[in-house]
Design a protein around this ligand. Sequence first.
Ligand code: SF4
Ligand code: SF4
Length: 93
Amino acid sequence: MYNVAYVHDDKCIAEKGCRLCIMYCPEADCILLDTEKMKASVVTSRCKGCDLCKVVCSTHQAISMHPVNSSTGEILIEAKETQAAGMGQAYAG
Ligand code: SF4
Ligand code: SF4
């Protein structure tokens, strides 16, 4: 189990031009702009759970971290962030 970022569409203001999380995410093609919804969208399989996007979105708090089932790739949105995903551990994997 490790954590991944999740964007809450109701709080994301990408339609107003914000791209902070997209600019700061260190993983290529990991947070993309969903041009239909005009919201940021995380590619779960590429996210390393480093928390940077959550930090840069602190004003709008549109991003939260949640555990993901590593075998199925399913995000457990109702579950809180686990301790298992410190940056070092996530990148070591
Ligand atoms: S930083 Fe926050 S508000 Fe801005 S695009 Fe990313 S999720 Fe949306
Ligand atoms: S947690 Fe890190 S790797 Fe994942 S989307 Fe956010 S900035 Fe990118």
